[in-house]
Design a protein around this ligand. Sequence first.
Ligand SMILES: *Cc1c(COP(=O)(O)O)cnc(C)c1O
Length: 364
Amino acid sequence: MSGGGMIDFEIHRSEQPVTATEREALLANPGFGRVFTDHMVTIRYAEGKGWYDARVEARAPIPMDPATAVLHYGQEIFEGLKAYHRADGKTGLFRADANARRFAESARRMAMAPLPEDLFLSSIEKLVDVDRDWVPTSEGGSLYLRPFQYANEVFLGVRPSHEYLYVLIASPVGSYFSGGLKPVSIWVSQDYTRAAPGGTGAAKCGGNYAASLIAQAQAAEHGCDQVVFLDAVHRSYIDELGGMNIFFVRKDGSLITPELNGSILPGITRESVIKLAQAEGRTVEQRQISLHEWREGAKSGEIVETFACGTAAVLTPIGTVRANDGEFLLGTGETGPVTSALRQSLVDIQYGRAEDIYGWTTII
Ligand SMILES: *Cc1c(COP(=O)(O)O)cnc(C)c1O
């Protein structure tokens, strides 16, 4: 049952799905992460038994013993990907195989049993199929998929859990940018770091987010939308945002993005942007870049644009950067042409409006 062997899913459709009228009303303005579909997937794991009991069923609360390990030691990982209503009327996924691989890698880092990648992918396909009517057809909308896995053993001893629960839920989301692409302001966290060498920065685990929230709250206190973290060793090189990677555009049209150093989450959007930019003939340097280089480059006109990227918001232009010792603008603080063009190329593939020469798309 464990390992690569496929297990069958039991499918139990909800007896009380949301009515079509109610669903249409919810889909009219879903926001982000507050509306959920009718169903969910669960798959269980027990040591010695492997993965078992895969099911699609009505979305419902999960009863939990207060001594469940995840509540105490935070052994938890997640993923985030989207299903898109395509120009041809079909429903597509974007690079879900990369999410499956990263999910298993995150599990290994957190000493958890990795879910076989084929099982991850079929859970996604089964849920999207059952909840197909929840995929928004509105401009810029998508069905956000949230797979996660946690230590489900009832035990307070400190060691990797012997039991895990994998869960997949889905949430229709609207366009992240309802009023067009608006640059965000960024707070540089000089008090806190997000991840250190040897730590869990490259794993997509809830703990990294817990560690980043205080810095995000500081960003808000300083009137900023997002926070960017510096490396934990020198406290001078740019790592990434709390949940997005970062790119710098030079005046010659080339790009710089921090190299994957073990503390940075290897974003699938990051990797896709690198491929798309290279296909346009741009040079992409993956290397350390300091806050000093960023600031001086922005002031001298060497760095003309900066953007953040991730599945949820695709590409987000950064307009203003604020730190303890002052602030600076990227260009005029408006969305730059390279950011807009790369974003467009990416969403055109995701929504099936442009040919996908990379084989990034799966139709469900
Ligand atoms: C998920 C995530 C990203 C973006 O990854 P994508 O695969 O592009 O969505 C970047 N940084 C962190 C910390 C993340 O958790």
